[in-house]
Design a protein around this ligand. Structure first.
Ligand SMILES: C[C@](O)(C(=O)O)[C@H](CC(=O)O)C(=O)O
Ligand SMILES: [Mg+2]
Length: 291
């Protein structure tokens, strides 16, 4: 089954799909190895890796390239953050074409005004529902593979309240959204309220240091979520380890004490499938034509 078909089947299964965010292509391989259902590709992480805040500075080209690179390392479905779609509805259409061609299994588009903000911080604003409906209609019309999942994210909860967010979610489903990502909900009861109001799958965002508590997969499944993303988690873990590691090298004058915490060379090579490449190389170089 293709990754896109697997994503669709997973969404229809009634099971909660877990999508950790990969901050490098190699991370996606670990996510797959550990048995997760898919790989999330975060806009906040993509910006952070370039030393930028998540305020709409990254471009469609950068996001597409990263999406393609990560998709190439895994057989899992990849679900990417397309922010506000990188412009007007016509640009949104091109965004969908570009992400489809890069092999992504789906994306989410949000109803924030440009320039967008992190969904869990204050100071963001949302466009009129009609404007977001135009974005979604452009997105749905541009899709060529019906299995490509177009998810509508609403940031309205912390701007206009839960009722307004639910009204928007309904309008976005009517416009053709395959799934709804209600950003920054306050508690599980709010997930349940969204669940009752709409029929399509719901995406839950378990980002740390945000507005939502960190609910377990079971709690989210019970509240009716279909997908949970851990968008920035692996980057935060890695950056925490790097900060502590740099401090240790600076203090001790050697990294020796850190070695037990490191991924070994052997393990890294295993992930890179080094042995397979070696075997291939060996076969090519020892090949002799029978005369
Ligand atoms: C999901 C998100 O859109 C992302 O880019 O990963 C962010 C995550 C974050 O900044 O913690 C968000 O706006 O929630
Ligand atoms: Mg984002």
């Amino acid at each position: 089954m293709s990754a896109r078909a697997a994503f669709r089947a997973g969404l229809a299964s009634g099971r909660l799909l877990r999508f950790p965010g990969a901050f490098t292509p190699l991370t996606a391989r670990l996510i797959e190895e550990r048995g997760f259902d898919g790989v999330y590709i975060s806009g906040a992480v993509l910006a952070a890796e370039r030393g930028l805040p998540d305020i709409g500075l990254t471009t469609l080209t950068e996001v597409t390239d990263r999406g393609r690179d990560i998709t190439a390392t895994t057989t899992l479905p990849t679900f990417i953050d397309a922010d506000t779609g990188f412009g007007e509805p016509m640009n949104v259409a091109r965004t969908i074409q570009s992400l489809e061609l890069a092999g992504l299994a789906g994306c989410h588009l949000e109803d924030q005004v440009n320039p967008k903000r992190c969904g869990h911080l204050d100071g963001k604003s949302v466009v009129e529902p009609a404007e977001m409906v135009r974005r979604l209609r452009a997105a749905v019309g541009a899709r060529t593979d019906p299995n490509f999942v177009i998810c509508a994210r609403t940031d309205a909860r912390s701007v206009e309240g839960l009722d307004a967010a639910i009204e928007r979610a309904k309008a976005y489903v009517d416009a053709g959204a395959d799934a709804i990502f209600p950003e920054a909900l306050a508690d599980l009861g709010e997930f349940e309220a969204v669940r009752k109001a709409i029929d399509v799958p719901i995406v839950a965002n378990m980002t740390e240091f945000g507005k939502s508590e960190l609910f377990t997969a079971q709690q989210l499944a019970d509240a009716g979520a279909s997908v949970v993303i851990y968008p920035v988690t692996l980057l935060r873990i890695a950056m925490g380890a790097i900060e502590r590691g740099l401090d240790a090298i600076a203090a001790d004058g050697t990294q020796a004490a850190l070695v037990p915490q490191m991924q070994t060379r052997a393990r890294l090579y295993e992930l890179l499938r080094y042995a397979d490449y070696n075997a291939f190389d060996h076969d090519i170089f020892t090949y002799q034509e029978n005369s």
